[in-house]
Design a binder for this molecule. Structure first.
Ligand SMILES: CC(C)(COP(=O)(O)OP(=O)(O)OC[C@H]1O[C@@H](n2cnc3c(N)ncnc32)[C@H](O)[C@@H]1OP(=O)(O)O)[C@@H](O)C(=O)NCCC(=O)NCCS
Length: 185
């Protein structure tokens, strides 16, 4: 069972927070020949850099200061991006913890030679930690999801958070068990 998202309407909660729309960002970029791989399509790493940039801008805006990438979940590439495409990287805070934020990113490509709606070419989820001047985690305001889509994303982010923590814990336990059994790898 996931927790309910904080409620945005004034008067229904005492938790101060920031609505999702306050930090939502779109970064747009035209792809050039400098961005291609040997096959002539855009290198996945170029898209990942844009994803990290857009997510970082959102995390910085939401937390009102510096924020660093703590992790990036699997990035799905659904369609190739080509030279000349206008790529839109849309990012928003899906969920907030005490000092961390999950940012969801959706990548769309407008084909320069087609008059079709933008193609969904990729998606990713990143966790950012807000940090102070010493690089230590600092608290963030809760995100206040506004639309039904924001609320669904909040609940899905909680599921991913639970899985990330469980995976980390299971790996730590395995390492401790192996160390106790005398393995030194
Ligand atoms: C991310 C970082 C600040 C975490 O610091 P820490 O001392 O481990 O602090 P904590 O364990 O309290 O983690 C802080 C928050 O980040 C979350 N977090 C830390 N590592 C995480 C990971 N691998 N995946 C998801 N969340 C993570 C924690 O759950 C916690 O969230 P919460 O406060 O909302 O519960 C630290 O590891 C760091 O500075 N990493 C390098 C970041 C960086 O340089 N990124 C750019 C890549 S070059």
């Amino acid at each position: 069972m996931t927790e309910q998202a904080p409620v945005a309407e004034s008067g229904t909660t005492d938790i101060p927070g920031k609505p999702t729309s306050a930090s939502r960002t779109t970064l747009s970029h035209i792809m050039t020949h400098h961005d291609t791989n040997l096959l002539g399509t855009v290198h996945g790493g170029v898209i990942m850099k844009l994803v990290d940039d857009a997510a970082g801008a959102v995390a910085g805006r939401h937390s009102g200061g510096p924020a660093v990438t703590a992790s990036m979940d699997e990035m799905a590439f659904l369609e190739p991006v080509r030279v000349g495409d206008l790529v839109h990287v849309k990012a928003q805070v899906n969920w907030t913890g005490r000092t961390s934020m999950e940012v969801g990113v959706k990548v769309l490509a407008e084909r320069w030679n087609e008059s079709a709606p933008p193609t969904h070419v990729g998606s990713a989820y990143l966790v950012f930690a807000a940090v102070d001047a010493d690089g230590k985690p600092r608290p963030v305001l809760p995100v206040l999801p506004e639309t039904e889509q924001d609320k669904r994303r909040y609940q899905e982010a909680q599921i991913r958070r639970t899985h990330r923590l469980a995976r980390r814990r299971a790996i730590m336990e395995l390492r401790e068990r192996r160390a106790a059994e005398g393995f030194e790898d």
